[in-house]
Design a protein around this ligand. Structure first.
Ligand SMILES: [Zn+2]
Length: 489
């Protein structure tokens, strides 16, 4: 049995969507319980499960239901509830109109609907994919719905309500189901995992929830495929999806937005080698950007997207969406599927993160002028000179770095190479720079670094450093080359 069937909601409290859970309890307890329902909703949202719960509600023989002929919240464990769950209840007739479109089945329903139920309190007819019925079949059904016997309950399910004959739908109480939200789907996945005693990474659960496009069935199917890989991590999910999970995609987008083209290209190349479906990846990236755009426009999104979008200007997202959409179109006409994304990265000319904010005034240390980014930039040479006698190698790292942002006391230095960044990020080196800035400018700052373009690519005149090419080669071809400088520079 598939997990989806095994974990179909059996009683109202199993239902994963809160609204639906509340609605079904309300309907069951309502004085106006109808003799016909039309359940409308996208595929995989659990309409058939709801139909069966209604069948149980009118047939349950638990203790609390003995006293009454009205529907009750089904117990899920009495004979009637259990045989409905198994599909062996004599008074439940299920018909899939996608395979049985004909008038014969509906005629046979018309003939025996008037006979009293064999074992239960009510005869229940569930017609799935009801929009597939032929016109004749609809007309035959209509006659039955016009004068239904007291002991009959009809439940029609459909994904396409506009295809249902108006005269039929007007005889039914209509109940519309929304697509399941990622939160609902998470609820369903956790329910299955608990039942199966599975422990799965949160990342995986989130990714499945996001990717199932509102369908519980798709989500649980995806979970099953994931389990078959035998890998408990996102790696397994990547195998199944042949795409990249959302946290990695967002990191990739961020590297583009920060102008770290080499990082983005290396990442993309690795995915491509792993056999990622590049067209699906592009679609996923567009979905992420769209979510980001919607969030920035005030439409609520997932937490991960909210955090990602926090410091990105709307116009930048729009621009990236546009070039990503163009890349997705170009993909159909290129012999190398990854090429349009590579071009997108190569041609992206906006270096937007971290954002250089308007210079802010720092707290003034006695006797010194307020500090702003211009002041720091102008005095930067002096900082380098002061560091030189303390640590020669550090001075040359600092020389190729440049101050790009100042937020309160935090000064961001852009460095061109990962190797430089590692070095500056060590606590000793950072302390040395902070101390020297205070010495030169009289203000205390906190240093942070950001990996950007090498100075040689910033279009600024600077002395040629002998090891630049080596660093660049290391960046492009991978590997980690540590170069200690010998004498002078
Ligand atoms: Zn029961």
């Amino acid at each position: 049995m598939t997990l989806y069937r095994k974990y179909r909601p059996q009683v109202p409290e199993d239902i994963d969507q809160e609204d639906t859970r509340q609605a079904i309890s309300r309907i069951i307890s309502s004085k106006n319980f109808a003799h016909a329902y039309l359940l409308i909703g996208p595929r995989g949202t659990g309409k058939t499960s709801i139909a069966r719960i209604l069948a149980k509600a009118v047939n349950c023989v638990s203790e609390k239901s003995v006293e009454t002929t009205s529907p009750v919240i089904p117990c899920g464990i009495c004979d009637a509830c259990l045989s409905i769950a198994k599909g062996s209840f004599l008074d439940l007739f299920e018909m899939d109109a996608a395979s049985n479109r004909g008038i014969d089945e509906i005629r046979s329903i018309r003939e025996h609907v008037h006979l009293a139920p064999a074992v239960g309190k009510k005869k229940v007819y569930i017609i799935d994919e009801a929009h597939m019925l032929t016109k004749e079949a609809f007309n035959a059904l209509l006659k039955t719905l016009e004068e239904p016997p007291e002991h009959a309950l009809f439940i029609l399910c459909t994904t396409e309500p506009e295809e249902i004959l108006k005269t039929v739908s007007s005889r039914c109480q209509i109940w519309t189901f929304p697509s399941a939200s990622p939160i609902d789907i998470r609820h369903a996945l956790l329910r299955v995992m608990k039942g199966e005693k599975l422990e799965i990474n949160d990342d995986v659960v989130d990714e499945i929830a996001l990717r199932s496009e509102g369908s519980f069935r798709d989500a649980i199917k995806l979970l099953e495929l994931f389990l078959q890989t035998g890998k408990q991590t996102v790696e397994g999910l990547r195998e199944v999806l042949r795409s990249v999970i959302v946290t990695d995609r967002l990191a990739f987008l961020r590297s583009i937005l920060q102008g770290r083209k080499a990082d983005a290209l290396v990442c993309l190349d690795a995915w491509s080698r792993e056999g990622t479906d590049i067209s699906l990846l592009t679609k996923d990236l567009l979905t992420d950007l769209r979510a980001c755009f919607l969030h920035l426009s005030g439409v609520k999104q997932e937490k991960g997207i909210e955090v990602f979008a926090r410091d990105i200007p709307l116009k930048t997202i729009l621009k990236l969406m546009r070039v990503a959409a163009a890349a997705s179109l170009e993909m159909k006409e290129t012999p190398i599927s990854v090429l349009p994304l590579e071009l997108m990265i190569g041609e992206w000319d906006e270096r937007t993160l971290p954002f250089v904010e308007e210079p802010k005034v720092l707290s003034v240390v006695e006797g010194h002028a307020p500090l702003d980014l211009n002041v720091i930039s102008n005095e930067w040479k002096q900082v380098i000179e002061k560091i030189k006698p303390k640590n020669h190698a550090l001075a040359s790292v600092i020389r190729s770095a440049r101050p790009i942002a100042l937020d309160k006391e935090t000064l961001t230095l852009e460095v061109g190479y990962a190797y430089h960044k590692d070095r500056l990020d060590s606590p000793e080196m950072r302390a040395l720079v902070e101390e020297t800035v205070a010495e030169v400018m009289g203000n205390h700052i906190r240093l942070r670094t950001s990996l950007g373009r090498p100075a040689s690519q910033r279009g600024e005149p600077r002395p040629v450093q002998s090891d630049d090419l080596l660093h660049l080669a290391t960046e492009i071809f991978g590997g980690h080359v540590v170069v200690e400088k010998g004498g002078g520079d």
